[in-house]
Write a protein that binds this ligand. Structure first.
Ligand code: DSN
Length: 454
């Protein structure tokens, strides 16, 4: 019998069980999937019961278009207080004079930044998608590239942002806006250096800290607050809150443009959104309070320590990583040309959930890329430490070895999908895959999602 390191939290869904068998079964399945596998996707985490409670509260019943004290609907006297509570806690966490907690998620927060600072057709500079940048930082398939003249900068061979290229592009194109932030960047962001480039060229500098917000709060990544004008983020990644988006203006940003906060407020409502999701706002307030406690700092430090341990153990076992390691919570495993989907599928089969991802100089497409992205926020929330990371690395290296001769066919998407299906069938019969799957489940039972995070 495996001894659990902490009490687990399982939702009962009593009323859904009575009223909606089909959905009840699905919720049970997902709950089982989450508890019996290890979530290594770096943008995912496990929220506290208090956050879940706020998400399921009666606040979802209320319309509140507008802002505290200035709404388009009556009956918002309590909602005003909830929103102010969330905003004040957020301002304190990041030491900023302005915060908006209404964006439905990160992409909406980023879109509001464009609306607030640019005219259609203006030039914007952001990190290239293949080099870890986000879609909304100007990637060609995003609406941002349709409405703005987006130019992309890259990382160097060693995986660090190419500051010389950023400066050259900023001087040449005079962008209105420069983005710093990414979805797959393993090094600390050079906020100070990019702040100097933005100042020299007259651009607004925006830090999209979606991935590293929790690390900043925990003091294990430097804060952009002194160097950028605007900060955007999601609240559900390392920050461990509900699924949502936030925007902040720094003292520097207000000095540059005293109306910046007003412009951002208007860019969300009426610019691009309707009523805020008040239940999410309440859950953000809960998460921000949790993030201000000493236990959160401990968690943040452990996230980075665990990622470093995972990276080192993977390399020791023969794996290749982008930039040969990590400074933060995420790592990028090089899988060979176009093999990300193969490795993701095989890891899924043993209960290690990751996601295929592009790598710098990606030779293939974002749908069949050459890397796999993984990270440690969720397993750290479960209480795992360096020893468990070393065990996980052994499993990953072994799975990589089992599928080392698998190659996707050159043909179209249908042929590639057929291949992945066949591979899944084949791996189901593989005794070693089965053994690793059982071992992963045993570790999961030892570290259930915790009952209480504080
Ligand atoms: N989907 C987010 C992530 O996984 O990093 C970015 O938007």
């Amino acid at each position: 019998m495996i001894k659990q390191k902490q009490k687990s939290t399982k939702q009962k869904f009593t009323r859904i069980k009575e009223q909606d068998k089909a959905l009840y079964e699905l919720l049970q399945d997902e709950q089982r999937r989450q508890s019996d596998s290890l979530e290594l996707i770096p943008s995912e985490n496990i929220v506290s019961k208090a956050v879940l409670e706020a998400m399921g509260s009666v606040l979802t019943n209320k319309y509140s278009e507008g802002y505290p004290g200035a709404r388009y609907y009556g009956g918002n006297e309590v909602i005003d207080k909830v929103e102010n509570l969330a905003r004040d806690r957020l301002k304190k966490l990041f030491n900023v004079p302005y915060a908006n907690v209404q964006p439905y998620s990160g992409s909406q927060a980023n879109m509001a930044v464009y609306i607030a600072t640019c005219e259609a057709g203006d030039t914007v500079l952001g990190q290239h998608l293949f080099d870890g940048g986000h879609l909304t930082h100007g990637w060609k398939a995003s609406a941002t590239a349709k409405f703005f003249n987006t130019i992309q900068y890259h990382v160097k061979e060693d995986g660090y942002i190419d500051l010389k290229e950023v400066e050259m592009l900023a001087k040449k194109h005079k962008p209105k806006l420069i983005w710093v932030g990414a979805t797959a960047y393993v090094r600390e962001f050079p906020f100070k250096e990019l702040g100097e480039i933005a100042d020299k060229t007259g651009a607004y500098l925006v830090a999209d800290i979606a991935h590293i917000a929790g690390l900043i709060v925990a003091g294990v990544h430097k804060s952009p607050e002194k160097f950028v004008d605007i900060i955007t983020s999601t609240t559900h990644k390392t920050l461990r809150g509900p699924r949502g988006g936030i925007m902040m203006v720094t003292k520097k940003g207000l000095k540059k443009d005293k109306d910046l906060s007003l412009k951002l407020d208007r860019a969300i409502m009426p610019g691009s959104q309707g009523g805020p999701h008040n239940h999410t706002t309440a859950a953000m307030a809960v998460a921000f309070a949790e993030a201000s406690r000493p236990a959160f700092k401990k968690y943040g430090k452990q996230v980075v320590k665990n990622a470093d341990a995972l990276a080192k153990a993977l390399i020791k076992g023969g794996a290749e990583l982008v930039s040969d390691g990590t400074d933060n919570h995420l790592l990028l495993l090089k899988c060979g040309k176009g093999r990300g989907a193969i490795v993701e599928t095989a890891l899924d089969m043993v209960g290690l959930t990751t996601n295929k991802n592009t790598i710098p100089n990606e030779p293939q497409s974002p749908f069949y890329p050459s890397g796999v992205r993984m990270g440690t926020p969720s397993v750290t929330t479960r209480g795992m430490k360096v020893k468990e990371m070393q065990q996980i690395a052994l499993w990953i290296n072994r799975v990589m070895d089992i599928v080392k001769s698998e190659e996707l066919p050159d043909g179209n998407v249908v042929e590639k999908q057929k291949y992945i299906k066949k591979l899944t069938k084949k791996l189901k019969k593989n005794i070693e895959i089965d053994k690793i799957r059982n071992a992963v489940e045993r570790l999961c039972r030892e570290y259930p999602a915790p009952d209480n995070l504080v």
